[in-house]
Design a protein around this ligand. Structure first.
Ligand SMILES: [Cu+2]
Length: 202
């Protein structure tokens, strides 16, 4: 796979170069890796297999995904986590075009939380909601007093309308910048599941 990708890149570069002859395969093998590397392990996210924890289910017939996401599921990150994960250590993948329903439960004993599906995790200390899919955000997500409070739950439904790599982020001030975010992917090949599942929240 990697070799095929490299060859394709060489083909593109050759085409741009004005019809020079294709490079010798042996030379291609020794070519350096492309410069564009993920900035950090957090940016790259987990690379393991897609799994199906008990809190995640897919129905292909009705093209729906249902999941329960609990903030404060464990005490990790001072409870500022989604099903025990923060800092991009988990990735949820749903198929493009599916209807996604997320039951969001706040079990953090101390603090309000929220979530939305965002194109960026660069919102800083006071991120403003700009969800990539209509409805893919909880109510009053930036409010420490009116977001999803301790002991509350909220159900959010949206259509995963476009494949891409996104983020699930918390908008309560200080949470995203502290690391309350995980990866959220919409696949273009029908794949679904979770990478980086936290053992205590299977
Ligand atoms: Cu939060």
């Amino acid at each position: 796979m990697k070799r095929l990708l490299t060859l394709s890149l060489v083909a593109v570069l050759s085409a741009c170069g004005g019809g020079e002859p294709a490079e010798d395969p042996a030379e291609t093998e020794a070519a350096p890796e492309p410069a564009a590397q993920p900035a950090t392990a957090a940016d790259q996210g987990p690379t393991g297999e897609l799994t199906m924890p008990s809190w995640f289910s897919v129905d292909e017939a009705s093209e729906t995904v249902n999941m329960t996401v609990v903030s404060g599921a464990t005490s990790a990150k001072n409870y500022w986590n989604y099903n025990g994960a923060a800092d991009g250590t988990m990735r949820i993948t749903v198929p493009e075009g599916y209807t996604v329903t997320i039951e969001f439960v706040n079990e953090d004993p101390n603090m309000a939380h929220s979530f939305g599906i965002e194109a960026t995790r660069d919102g800083g200390a006071a991120p403003q909601p700009n969800p990539v899919f209509a409805g893919a955000v909880t109510e009053n997500p930036t409010s420490m007093m009116e977001a999803t409070m301790t002991g509350e739950s909220e159900t959010v439904t949206f259509t995963a309308g476009a494949a891409g790599d996104y983020f699930m982020v918390c908008y309560v001030p200080g949470h995203l910048s502290t690391g309350m975010w995980i990866h959220f992917r919409v696949s273009d090949d029908g794949s679904a599941g979770v990478q980086g599942v936290v053992d205590e929240v299977m």
